[in-house]
Design a protein around this ligand. Structure first.
Ligand code: BES
Ligand code: ZN
Ligand code: ZN
Length: 496
């Protein structure tokens, strides 16, 4: 998709659709001259009693001599309730309409208020990301050729002349962030027969190769994983015919400020193992590598951005399968950091693989910061629903930084307690810890389990079981992988 910036009068721009936005209170301003199309808008607003409530749309045909074929007005509701997430949704609604009228070339008017509220660069970046991400479709396995579908080819962003260079930078960054997110979505959407541990390793190698040596890769095979002492990870992998791969990607700029580890849960398919899931709950379990997909998405674009940190991506990739060789409830595993784990439910496998990955980050990499993204628990989806990730961590400053980044990328998350009073729930009478807690607070006990393997290293855990995958087709994302967390990580890495 091509983005161009035009500080000109929108009545002069040739396009199939011109998209405008309005808050409920600012609707009257739209109708005042010299606003272009004021007359034609006025008539439609009055005829249809249009009130710019959030998500409401008004589609207007223009006279034959106009440079635009249709006008699309999108309501934004109350200005004081407006945020980045709503901006993305509003753009998503607009794009849906544009697709319906088969528009190839569209104009979007960026409001001054957005630039004032979020900064010119962030406002432009958000619009670009929202256009790209709401246009996303995953059609590679459908017989109707996707070339038959009309796609938006060009987007003209119309802005007031001020701060053009910030807007330009926003457009550039927005395209990169969207590309990374789409990369992650594709990986989640591809079927699990393709996205095996070996496939993820191959993707990591391709990323390194195309970075012209800026990104290094090391794939540890089963033997090397065993040598490292990652027995919890190996335990999960042992039931499958697919061999496990431990993937490490690294990026090191000159004089890095800190070393940041991004760890993504990489279960390429989660059957539950011998603690087998039922058919319904297994249907979407190709999503269980969404954390890994986000990390790979980040690395795919890393060398295009200015990053002052050393970044190491870690993915323990394997399948969780039942078989004669599979891990059994009752088995005891020794993780890389020496702690022993009693496995009581083989479906709580993500924390086993992450126990070794986090230990590796602390002991072998000597990380300054670790951020893990994991589709870890159904309990987190029960607690926060499908759109909101759970956020845990052991460092107040880092938690605040992540929350600030999420507000800017519009990825919803909510801080959850690392309640030490619940630690007894994961105490084992036979090993150091057990891999499940009690009946309640499952997302918290899972986080407490991970905490056992990070020591004092500043650490963030994001349980993305809900938002990494959408069962409904939304304006912002079609059914399937959402790429959740990719932009959040990129924002974090590019801030300061
Ligand atoms: N991959 C699942 C968590 C999950 C559930 C992700 C729903 C996305 C949607 C994880 O490995 C799992 O099965 N967790 C168990 C833990 C339980 C056995 C303690 C769960 O949540 O049921
Ligand atoms: Zn599981
Ligand atoms: Zn899982």
């Amino acid at each position: 998709m091509k983005f161009t910036l035009k500080p000109t009068d929108i009545t002069e721009i040739e396009s199939d659709a011109v998209v405008f936005f309005s808050f409920d209170a600012s609707l009257p301003n739209l109708l005042k001259d010299p606003f272009p199309y004021a007359k034609i808008l006025k008539r439609a607003i009055e005829k249809e009693s249009f009130k710019a409530e959030f998500g409401k749309k008004l589609i207007i045909s223009t006279p034959a001599e106009s440079s635009a074929y249709k006008l699309i007005l999108i309501g934004l509701g109350k200005e004081e309730e407006f945020n980045i997430y709503k901006l993305q949704e509003a753009v998503g609604h607009a794009i849906r309409e544009c697709r319906q009228i088969k528009a190839r070339k569209i104009t979007i008017s960026i409001m001054d208020i957005w630039m004032k509220k979020f900064g010119a660069e962030t406002a432009a970046q958000t619009v670009v990301e929202a256009v790209e991400l709401s246009s996303y479709q995953f059609q590679k396995y459908q017989s109707i050729s996707s070339s038959e579908a009309v796609k938006i080819e060009e987007v003209i962003l119309s802005v007031s002349a001020a701060r053009l260079s910030s807007v330009e930078e926003g457009i550039r960054i927005g395209q990169i962030f969207a590309q990374a997110t789409i990369f992650a979505r594709d990986l989640v959407n591809d079927p699990p027969q393709l996205t095996t541990p070996a496939y993820l390793a191959k993707i990591a190698e391709e990323i390194a190769k195309s970075s012209k040596d800026e990104i290094k890769v090391k794939i540890f095979d089963q033997e090397e994983i065993a040598k490292l002492g990652m027995n919890a990870f190996l335990g999960v992998a042992q039931g499958s015919n697919e061999l496990p791969k431990f993937i490490k990607l690294s990026y090191k700029p000159r004089n890095p400020k800190k070393k940041i580890i991004l760890a993504g849960k990489g279960i390429t398919f989660d059957t539950g193992g011998l603690s087998l899931k039922d058919a319904k709950n297994m249907e979407t379990m190709k999503l269980d590598m969404a954390g890994a997909a986000a990390v790979l998405g980040v690395f795919q674009v890393l060398s295009k951005l200015k990053i002052n940190y050393e970044v190491v991506g870690l993915i323990a990739a394997c399948e969780n399968m039942p078989s004669g060789k599979a891990l059994k409830p009752g088995d005891i595993l020794r993780a890389l950091n020496g702690k022993t784990i009693e496995v009581l439910n083989t479906d709580a496998e993500g924390r086993l693989t992450l126990a070794d990955v986090l230990s590796y980050g602390v002991e072998k990499e000597k990380a300054d910061v670790i951020i893990d993204l994991a589709t870890l628990t159904g309990a987190c989806v029960v607690a926060l629903g499908e759109e909101i990730a759970g956020l845990w961590g052991n460092d107040e400053k880092l938690l605040n930084e992540i929350e600030d980044c999420a507000k800017l990328t519009g990825e919803k998350l909510w801080r959850m307690p690392l309640e030490s009073g619940y630690k007894d729930l994961i105490k084992s009478h036979i090993a150091d810890v057990k891999n499940i807690g009690g009946k309640w607070g499952g997302a918290i006990t899972a986080s407490l389990f991970l905490h056992e393997f990070v020591g004092k290293t500043p650490w963030i855990h994001l349980d993305i079981a809900g938002p990494s995958f959408t069962e409904k087709n939304t304006p912002h994302c079609p059914t399937g992988g959402t790429g959740y967390g990719t932009r959040l990580l990129l924002r974090f890495l590019t801030t300061s």
